[in-house]
Design a protein around this ligand. Structure first.
Ligand SMILES: Cc1cc2nc3c(=O)[nH]c(=O)nc-3n(C[C@H](O)[C@H](O)[C@H](O)COP(=O)(O)OP(=O)(O)OC[C@H]3O[C@@H](n4cnc5c(N)ncnc54)[C@H](O)[C@@H]3O)c2cc1C
Length: 173
């Protein structure tokens, strides 16, 4: 039986785990998450903090449902501190339940400057550009030096998205 280990139980990791279950009924799937919460909506956090929605409402999928409805093992409070692709092992830390975890397939996110979200208002083409960038795992550098069309009356000489990416790049460096 195959074992799939997913590092990170955010939206991406949990979606990957659940999708893996949809495509294979038999494999073992383990999600390793360093926080003490299962997947929750980060977008709802400001509203939960301001009291506009109940404090617990960002958590949309309770821990017990992982096992019961998706047959996915969820390890919370467990940080992966080492990955060894050659021996196909990850080393989770913290609660001591598991010292090493072998895997057949590993799902993890590379977070080096990838664009993961944009707060946008105004022209829809900016939003489209942002979503296409995310779909293709663009990095902040890609957006900062993007050649966009300049056609007076149709587009401005400024691309707010590139300007924002350049400002972010200055902070990252
Ligand atoms: C306040 C706020 C509001 C937002 N509002 C919106 C919105 O309105 N619209 C929108 O589209 N997006 C919004 N976003 C962005 C959206 O939440 C993110 O794009 C989304 O959460 C990304 O999901 P992810 O699973 O890729 O990453 P994350 O949510 O960052 O999940 C990654 C997970 O991996 C875990 N992890 C990392 N390293 C390890 C390790 N070594 N071992 C174990 N676990 C690890 C982390 O603890 C984390 O839980 C908002 C974000 C915030 C913070």
């Amino acid at each position: 039986m195959h074992r799939i280990v997913v590092i990170g139980g955010g939206t991406t990791g949990t979606t990957a785990a659940f999708y893996a279950r949809r495509t294979s009924r038999n494999c073992e799937i383990i999600v390793v998450e360093q926080e003490r919460y299962p997947m929750y909506s980060k977008c709802k956090l400001p509203f939960a903090i301001s009291g506009e929605v109940p404090a617990e409402s960002p958590v949309e999928f309770l821990p017990e449902l992982y096992e019961r409805s998706m047959k996915v093992m969820l390890l919370l409070n467990t940080e992966v501190v080492e990955v060894d692709p050659s021996s196909k092992r990850v080393v989770p830390s913290a609660d001591g339940r598991i010292e090493e975890l072998s895997f057949d397939k590993l799902i993890a996110k590379e977070e080096r400057h990838h664009v993961v979200g944009v707060q946008a208002a105004g022209a829809s083409w900016q939003v489209d550009l942002a979503t296409i960038s995310m779909m293709h795992s663009a990095k902040v550098e890609d957006l900062a030096y993007l050649e966009t069309c300049y056609a007076p009356a149709l587009t401005s000489i400024w691309s707010p998205l590139s300007a924002a990416a350049q400002a972010l790049l200055r902070k990252l460096r």
